[in-house]
Each structure stands twice: as C-alpha cells, then as structure tokens.
Write a protein that binds this ligand. Structure first.
Ligand code: PGA
Length: 255
C-alpha cells in the first residue's frame, strides 16, 4: 500500500523541511504498517530541502511532480528527471489531471515523461481519471483505458514498465480539490477496469503487483473506507497532505 501526498504548488523549502521533520518524527514513533510506503511530492524547488531534512533511513520517499522529457539542455524553466533524482526524488508523478487540463499535456507527452522517469531510475506514478462530463456520458472505461493504455501499449515502454515498481493513480477529475469524493464502490469499479487492462498488457503476475491508488478529496475521515475498498492499493492525497497532522491521520487510517 502507498500513502502519497501531492503538495502541488505549496510549501517552500522551509515549510517542506518542517513537514518532513514532523512526519518522520511521528513515523519513528508510529511506524506505518508493514508493506506501507509513504511518499511526498514537494514542488521541485523544495525537493532538495525536503531530502536534506529527512533523517537517514527514515521511511519516507520523495518524488517530483513533473519532469521535462529531456535530461538537460536549452529548456528554460524546466527540470528533468535526472536533476530530480539528484535532488532526492525516487518517484515521479506523470499525467496528473492538472497537468492535462491546465497545461494541455497530451497522452503522447505523458508517454515521453514516463520514459524520462524510467531513464533516470525514478518510479512513475501514472495518474488517470475522467471528468464529470465524461462520466455522465458513460465514457469512464473508454477514458481510463485510453489514458493508461497510452503508456502500456508501446512494446518497448511496456517491457520496461513490466520490470519496474511503478504505480497508477485513479483520480476522477470531479473529485480533485472539490470536497466531492468517489464512493468506495466508484473507486473499486474504476480500479477493476485499470487492473483488467494492466493484466491484459503485463500479464497477471506483474499486473497484480502494481498498486492502484485512489486520489480525490481524501482526508482523515474518509481514508479508512476508501483504503478498505477492493482493489484500492493506496491513496494520493492533495489538500489534506499539506497539514502533517491530517496526513498522519490518513496514515493511521491505513494501519
Ligand atoms: P485533493 O487532490 O486531495 O486536494 O483532491 C488530489 C490530487 O490532485 O492528487
């Protein structure tokens, strides 16, 4: 199970360091359950400060929210998977709905960023999810399959993903930052569709090892129900992850 916090554009270096100190101190006293991975995704500018604040061996992994496909070069304003790794990242979010809708990121760009993450040795956390209009139009399956299959269909990428510890997050766009949460049943249905596709592409063994996280208005109150829904292998938490106490509340709900 993976409990991940996506801070989005929040918490500068000092705030990130405070957050990491608070959460790792609490984790030392209240270890996350066996097999639970805890991951934080600070903004790129705070990643290194978060890594430096992390006590050696603390059970907290860090990730970057976004990378450019290239490793380096004349790409003013961008950061790469290689630089993120050097700054302390082990994970990389790819295809978050805010990237898709606010920054026009296409499925093809998602593929290039997954490739970049793998090239640098980062574990991709591939986000997929439908809008309310798509759900109402009965297009849930079509949208999820299109978004996930973009990264699973190309044979070279599929082979590399098959041998990598990557993860998928189901984040219905209508539940992100809205206070509106999918029901555990909604999450289970979507996760079953994603698992079906993972099995078809990777084979049952490797597919069953890919955690499928739910994301969208997760908080300490609803986390236990969502985490116990069949097929839910963790949560990706936005707003509620900014407050270390709320994030720790979600971790407690997971154990
Ligand atoms: P939220 O965001 O928890 O604030 O809804 C989740 C996400 O965007 O990853």
């Amino acid at each position: 199970m993976i409990i991940a916090g996506n801070w989005k554009l929040n918490l500068g270096p000092a705030g990130a360091a405070d957050w990491v100190r608070t959460v790792t101190t609490a984790l030392a006293e209240m270890p996350a359950g066996e097999g639970t991975e805890v991951v934080a995704f600070p903004p790129a500018l705070s990643l290194h400060a978060a890594a430096l604040a992390r006590p050696k061996g603390a059970p907290l992994a860090l990730g970057v929210q976004q990378v450019h496909p290239a490793a380096s070069g004349a790409f003013t304003g961008e950061s790469s998977a290689e630089l993120a790794r050097e700054a302390g990242a082990e994970w990389c979010l790819v295809g978050h709905s805010e990237r898709r809708t606010l920054f026009g990121e296409t499925d093809a760009e998602v593929v290039r960023r997954v490739e970049a993450a793998l090239r640098a040795g980062l574990r991709p956390l591939v986000c997929v999810g439908e809008t309310l209009e798509e759900r109402r139009a009965g297009r849930l399956e079509e949208v999820l399959v299109r978004q996930l299959d973009a990264v699973l269909a190309p044979p070279g990428l599929r082979d590399r993903l098959g041998g990598t510890a990557f993860a998928v997050a189901y984040e219905p766009v209508w539940a992100i930052g809205t206070g509106e949460t999918a029901t555990p049943k909604d999450a289970s249905e979507a996760h079953a569709l994603l698992l079906h596709l993972l099995r078809a592409r990777l084979g049952p063994g490797p597919a069953d090892g890919v955690p499928i996280l739910y994301g969208g208005s997760v908080n300490p109150e609803n986390a236990a129900d969502l985490l116990s829904a069949p097929g839910v292998g963790g949560v990706l938490v936005g707003g509620a992850s900014l407050d270390p106490q709320a994030f720790l509340g979600i971790l407690r709900a997971a154990s």
